[in-house]
Design a protein around this ligand. Structure first.
Ligand SMILES: [Zn+2]
Ligand SMILES: [Zn+2]
Length: 254
């Protein structure tokens, strides 16, 4: 099994060696380190505080990965998870072009100042929530259409937010699937919310978006989105089971 979405201490994840041993223990044969990088939106200070200035440090990580590559049986990929913002497409393109990663994941983590994860409560009534979720899916479509990324990460992540869950419609699912059909970008099956308590969803995508992508026969990559070594043990077998159960076609983004 190839896990294309793992974090390291170059953003908000764990140290390389414990991450790699835990991945191997869970039965992973290739690990893609995809640290966070934000090239717009939050200020420089926020980028630094949240470990999202990987554009300044990726060359150091690359040296470490080459050294580790000689010491492990695992295949290691040098990847990145970029915060997608349509306003900075040309900056993202220039960075990806210059850095030459094995592959890049694109993620919609913010719409304006609102973070899509449950750690950032959403203030606003039902109309505001619906409008936010509409904006979110439009941004996902624009991410896929940008052709900047090999993989689009956790495409229905708003479903993990207690105040935004349930607003994903069939139209959202269809427009995301249409975008994937016309793009080189593939979706991932992401297990990043797997052990969360009171979670509305365990995988991304799950529910409507997952069903429509499946119906269209689109290929997926698998990603544990592990930030800590302990997270592989449950997520990896869960991803494998789900891929088997739905006979997912697995994509190779390299
Ligand atoms: Zn993410
Ligand atoms: Zn991630």
């Amino acid at each position: 099994m190839y896990d294309y979405h793992v974090h390291s201490l170059y953003s908000d994840g764990g140290h390389f060696e414990p991450m790699l041993s835990a991945a191997a223990e869970a039965g992973v044969s290739a690990v893609g380190f995809a640290d966070h990088c934000n090239l717009g939106g939050p200020t420089g200070e926020e980028r630094a505080r949240y470990g999202r200035n990987f554009d300044l440090t990726y060359e150091r990580r690359r040296e470490t990965l080459s050294a580790l590559d000689n010491e492990t049986e695992l295949t290691i990929f040098d990847a990145v998870e970029v915060d997608y913002d349509p306003a900075v497409e040309s900056e993202i393109a220039a960075f990806l072009d210059e850095a030459g990663f094995d592959y890049a994941l694109g993620s919609v983590h913010y719409i304006g100042d609102q973070y899509v994860f449950p750690s950032d409560p959403f203030d606003g009534g039902e109309a505001a929530r619906r409008a936010f979720v509409d904006d979110y899916y439009e941004t996902v479509v624009s991410l896929v259409d940008s052709e900047l990324f090999e993989i689009a990460a956790h495409v229905d992540i708003v479903e993990s937010h207690p105040q935004l869950s349930g607003f994903t419609t069939c139209e959202h699912a269809e427009m995301v699937a249409d975008a994937f059909e016309r793009s080189r970008t593939v979706p991932e099956l992401n297990a990043g919310r797997f052990e969360d308590d009171d979670k509305p969803a365990s995988f991304h995508p799950e529910g409507r978006v997952f069903e429509v992508l499946l119906e269209r026969g689109l290929p997926f990559t698998l990603g544990s989105d592990a930030h800590e070594p302990e997270e592989f043990a449950e997520r990896v077998p869960a991803l494998r089971d789900r891929a088997d159960r739905y006979e997912l076609e697995l994509a190779c983004p390299l």
